[in-house]
Write a protein that binds this ligand. Structure first.
Ligand code: GAP
Length: 505
């Protein structure tokens, strides 16, 4: 697998992601998406929204603001508890995240370790900074960015560290406007900000990033999930807190088997874990590279009573891509108490007001998803002597590269322009006429362009073009009239390239 530094260099070279403020020396942990990067990122968000919101009757979406009132963060607990533990190099004054430094040294997970426990390990193993100097005693550091709102007597407001809170604060209005009946989900995609102590590993840990989150609400303490039969036979690698404690490896089993062993506390949590896992598989992630891992008690965030991470096998080990927490009624209750507003719902069956539970909060970072789709797709092809980015066609930044075979024959150029104009409103296309046809193919392979469409001398006679498959380099002749339909079917995987000249279902 390519290293994280090499994938960062590749992203910069090919226009996926740039280091922010590079011409002024850079700003660590902040990135800009380039021309093909923004297409890939938008495709990931589009697929997520389609799957989680538009194709579900029980879920609606919102788009909350980034800057929000400080009282939100007092009520949510972030002002008091959203911190990481840091240590300082006694000579250089460089700061490190204590758990990551100890983890690096001891080669074992420090998830959930307290300040005192980390300090004990630092002393016991004589752990030093990267420069070999003594370390300070660990102390907490709140990760929220603040800003001043208004010119006179400004309010010290915060940039949201998670999108979730805007769902809770707007809860009453959303449920009334959308006539939602439990169980239901409220989803959101948007920016989040965390002043990470050690922003590193490229897009994995940034200071500005994006989240795709759902708060899924049920009646209090409801455990039975009405969709459980959709996932009961679904198999995935499970790594429970108990397995971790015993030092045993993760085990592949079905959701039904895990439920019967009481590995999941309730069916809803199991349903959402399987559903999220399925989404990644449907977009080309290899299931061997995914597992779900339960948090141990000490690791749990201040709002959470149970949490599982969907983890991906990065070059630096299995790490969280998505968190799926049980937040119970913690947040709504906190906002009821702090705002003195009624955020409860009337339950027709119980004939009383209830405060719904967030039985599962699937929370996925767009940037981490972007990274794992790239890792999965990246392949250096020795025969072709270039990188082939085998992205799922739905995610490919450019769906069709349009290539006039030569650029000095006006009829060919005219026809190629016609084909480009014919396709561009339906698919993202790139008109590419510079260099040899081989050079153009490899340039498009490297940015994951799904199909190549070449307009040649034959086109002028038979109104057909050559369509080339990025992954296999197989080619077929297609009538221009049928192009749109065939491209659509190929993207939706209804047909695929088989032998040269043939498409199969
Ligand atoms: N609302 C719950 C929540 O925010 P989280 O586990 O802290 O939970 C959810 O974050 C997801 O957001 C993570 O699984 C990860 O994909 C993404 N994420 C969190 N911090 C990040 C960071 N510093 N850089 C990039 N992505 C991050």
């Amino acid at each position: 697998m390519i290293s994280i530094d090499d994938i960062a260099a590749f992203c910069r070279r090919r226009g996926f992601v740039y280091p922010n403020s590079e011409i002024y020396g850079g700003l660590a942990g902040i990135f800009d998406y380039g021309p093909v990067g923004v297409e890939l990122k938008n495709n990931i968000k589009k697929e997520w929204w389609k799957f989680h919101v538009q194709s579900r009757e029980d879920t609606v979406g919102i788009d909350g603001s980034i800057i929000s009132h400080p009282k939100i963060w007092k009520a949510s607990g972030h002002s008091d508890s959203f911190e990481d533990i840091m240590v300082e190099d006694s000579k250089t004054k460089e700061l490190f995240r204590a758990d990551l430094l100890v983890e690096e040294f001891l080669k074992e997970s420090m998830d959930g370790k307290t300040r005192e426990e980390l300090w004990k390990l630092i002393q016991q193993h004589k752990i030093k900074s990267h420069k070999g100097n003594e370390l300070s005693k660990p102390k907490g550091f709140n990760l929220m960015f603040s800003t001043d709102v208004g010119p006179k007597n400004p309010i010290k407001a915060y940039l949201r560290p998670e999108t979730a809170q805007l769902i809770f604060t707007n809860f009453k209005l959303i449920t009334e406007n959308s006539r939602l009946k439990l169980p239901f989900g409220i989803a959101q995609i948007g920016k989040a900000f965390r002043n990470e102590i050690a922003a590193r590993n490229f897009l994995f840990r940034c200071r500005e990033f994006e989240q795709m989150e759902i708060e899924y609400f049920t009646k209090p303490k409801e455990t039975k999930c009405k969709f459980i039969n959709e996932v009961e036979d679904y198999k995935l690698k499970i790594y429970s807190a108990e397995m971790q404690e015993k030092g045993s490896p993760e085990i592949e089993m079905t959701i039904k088997q895990a439920l019967s062993k009481k590995i999941f506390k309730n069916e809803w949590h199991a349903y959402w874990l399987a559903t999220e896992h399925k989404w990644f598989i449907s977009l080309g992630i290899n299931k061997d590279n995914l597992r779900i891992r339960q948090h141990n008690r000490k690791e749990l965030a201040h709002y959470s009573s149970d949490c599982w991470d969907l983890e991906y096998k990065f070059p630096f080990g299995f790490k969280e891509v998505e968190g799926i927490a049980d937040r119970s009624d913690y947040d709504l209750k906190q906002h009821i108490e702090h705002s003195k507003k009624d955020l409860s719902l009337f339950d027709d069956e119980l004939k009383q007001k209830i405060v719904p539970y967030v039985v599962a909060e699937p929370s996925l970072g767009v940037d981490r998803a972007f990274l794992i789709f790239l890792f999965e797709a990246y392949e250096y092809n020795k025969e072709r002597e270039n990188v082939v980015l085998k992205l799922h066609p739905k995610l490919s930044p450019i769906k069709v590269g349009i290539f006039p075979l030569v650029k000095n024959k006006p009829q060919i150029v005219k026809k190629a322009r016609e084909v480009y104009d014919f396709l561009k409103n339906e698919f993202v296309c790139d008109y590419d006429d510079s260099g040899s046809i081989g050079r153009r193919y490899s340039r498009q392979d490297e940015i994951g362009t799904f199909l190549g469409c070449t307009i040649d001398f034959e086109t002028l006679k038979d109104k057909s073009v050559t369509l080339r498959d990025r992954d296999t380099t197989k080619q077929i002749r297609v009538k221009i009239d049928e192009l749109k339909e065939i491209i659509k079917k190929l993207i939706n995987e209804e047909i695929k390239f088989e032998k040269a000249g043939k498409l199969i279902k």
